[in-house]
Write a protein that binds this ligand. Sequence first.
Ligand SMILES: [Cu+2]
Length: 160
Amino acid sequence: MTRQLRATAVATAAMAILVPTLMSHPARADEHTDEIKGLAFNPDQITVRAGDSVTWVNHDSDRHHLQGDGFESNDLPNNATFTVEFPSPGEIIYHCTIHTYMEGKVVVLNPDGSTPPSTVGEPEAPPAPSTTTSSTRPPGPLDGVPVEPPSTSPAPPGGH
Ligand SMILES: [Cu+2]
């Protein structure tokens, strides 16, 4: 018995060492649950990783009908569920077409859990006008600097 317990402890320690390696594996896909109750999404914002799926469960006696960018449910009666997989990072706003004030959001991170650029704060500022001027390039014909004639022109005759 004691020996068996010790073996378990060793196995647990080994697991603790292995877990960080497993955590970084991109193929990991989680399933998340979002509960619909009181005519609201709980939570109304859910964060997942690309490849994860979200299952909505209707706990209301009312029917709900979800619609978002790229997906739409049927009418969901009480206890009905609706699952969507989110393969790519981004932010998806969805709502109930029956109770249009019911809104929710799914934030899909990169598969490694990092935040995709499109969801970080303000949109990127437009690129600044180029400060590169002609003074930084080597002089050429446009600057009035004579350029050697092409070397392919034949030499003048009788040059002895
Ligand atoms: Cu609804």
